[in-house]
Design a protein. Sequence first.
Length: 253
Amino acid sequence: MRALVAGNWKMNGLAASLAELGALKQALAKTPAACDVLVCPPATLIAQAALLLEEGHVKDAFALGGQDCHAQPSGAFTGDLSAEMLKDAGASYVIVGHSERRQYHGESDGDVAAKARAAWRAGLRAIICLGETDAQRDDGAHHHICSSQLEGSVPEGATPENTVIAYEPVWAIGTGKTPTGEDIAAMHAHIRGCLVRRLGEGARGIAILYGGSVKPDNAREILNLPEVGGALVGGASLKSADFLNVIGAVNPS
Ligand code: PEP
């Protein structure tokens, strides 16, 4: 399975930031990555980024994704974007259920599942995020929390083609803290077991990314852990030089 390194720019990036994507494109055209690469800029930049990728015939240097979508294809939902709109703008992925959406927008597991189905309907691959808070880990409830989020957020019909899971402990996002390698490997094995029990043997091919303070200096160790199929990267994806160092940490298979 080819690894996926995905950048989540969150609410960062103006038109001037397209220069970072230009630099990323050029570097990957010169030295192709040993993994699939995805950038999820703010939705305002997706169409421009797609045009930038078309210049110079290196369209496949990296893919583009949205950071959220509405469950409905269109309608009276002021300020929202549908999966179809993201696809139309040039996205092939969308992140759903990021902990910042769950926390600041009150999204439930059911909302996340509906968004994942919307992504599939539009022909996008859904990156479904889950992860425990620090209090839940301190209580020893982290495995239970993640299986319950998985149960509620990953719809029946998830396949390696339409779905990626991102395990992102909430306490590791943007904090510089990461779980130990042993803890990451244990959680990824747990998530794999839940996926297979729920969806059958075909779920062995669903990539499970790790996310939470992945940086150039810890990427190699994390990306080499068993069942880690790649990384979801926030802060270190904003500068092409940092992001390229994370991408470069993936071993050619
Ligand atoms: C994220 O937002 O998904 C994330 C992992 O952020 P960071 O890498 O900055 O911790």
